[in-house]
Design a protein. Sequence first.
Length: 464
Amino acid sequence: MPVPDLKTLWERIHTRLDESQVGISQVVADLAPADLAELLNQLTLAEAAAVVSMLPTARVIELFDDPTMRRRAAILEQLEPPRAAEILTGLSADERTDVVQKMGHHPRHLILPKLSGDVRKELEGLLQYPAHTAGGIMTTEFVRLEPTMSVSDALKKIRSVAREKESIYACYVMDPGTGQLMGAVSLRDLVMAELTTPITEVMRKKPITVNALDDQEDVARKIGKYNLLAVPVLEKDGSVVGFVTVDDVVDVLIEEGTEDILRMAAVEPGALDKPYMQTSLPVMIRKRASWLVILFLGEMLTATAMGFFEKEIARAVVLALFVPLIISSGGNSGSQASTLVIRALALGEVSLRDWWRVMRREVFSGLGLGVILGTIGFLRITVWSAFSNLYGPHWPLVALTVGVALVGIVMWGTLAGSMLPFVLRRLGFDPATSSAPFVATLVDVTGLIIYFSVAVMILRGTLL
């Protein structure tokens, strides 16, 4: 069914249904979880918490499992601790951990004691892993099989625990004594095998695995590379502590993609924790101001560079006409190169040790692009000078200056844009930080120096 208008829905909840639990349940009964999540995402936090408090627990758990549902932790913090604990208990282990990680210390202190002993112990174990690692996003709810089982035994085991596990399509054969991973078997493999076949003949004996402290982006790349539905997570001793599913990876890709986009636009990550229209103006300004101030201070060096060539500009004012053209061409070429290299690093197409190959490739790319733009700039001045005296009697030298400077600036911008991601990655920073605004600021300043240095060499004795 189509999603009803949000304000109409909320008015019905307030005025016609008097906020009764039955009434609200009737209003949202036919809504798909994704549609209900969309509506709650647009309400204020207090309103969303009020709706959640009146829904049946099973409905809330279904809602919280939807990947589009925002502010889950904040909403639970508004509820009574017993009610919040009841909802947390119904979530899968990885979703439960993700929600609790985002809670404040005080609400967490109130809610965790309300959980059962087993759930709290499991949760505290998962909370020991950093949030952005395989251990931080894994679930512990997987099917453990023993090497002595037959296919028939394995299927019976899966049926007996299916309701308790988040997923049953990936099962792992464990050594009962050491807890070491012996192999992996999919539900499809079991269904297709003869019932009397030993499980050890059906399992894959060397499954792809990840370490508990591996970065979540590396886990996502591995799942994508090997086309996996799930990947086991191992501790340092080789024991299996959980597994990461493909739906967890989708959440990771959305989160990491959002952070990279924000950094590429020089916006502090976290600016879009809430929908755009619900983010307060002070928060929006604070998240954007820091980088803008840094970039502004960097751009002030442009004025310093132009001041250094003040005499040359005074003698040949025509040079100032091409400053916007020069600096924008360098910044654009640098941003292109930076974006391409950041993507290659993110996808694992290149690594830090490939920097020399990338630099050599980008030098030739920058040279080719610079020649193209330089030729266009030279022809533009030449054609214009045939119908105007705007560039004076020495227009051929001005055209040559612009053409040669564009070659150098575009090549430098391409080189800088391609190397900055490697430098930042080597220093432990996110390469996305080196994208458009940062590269443009750097190339603006250095581009002016290149431009006026070329002008001094070519125009000396004529305009200069």
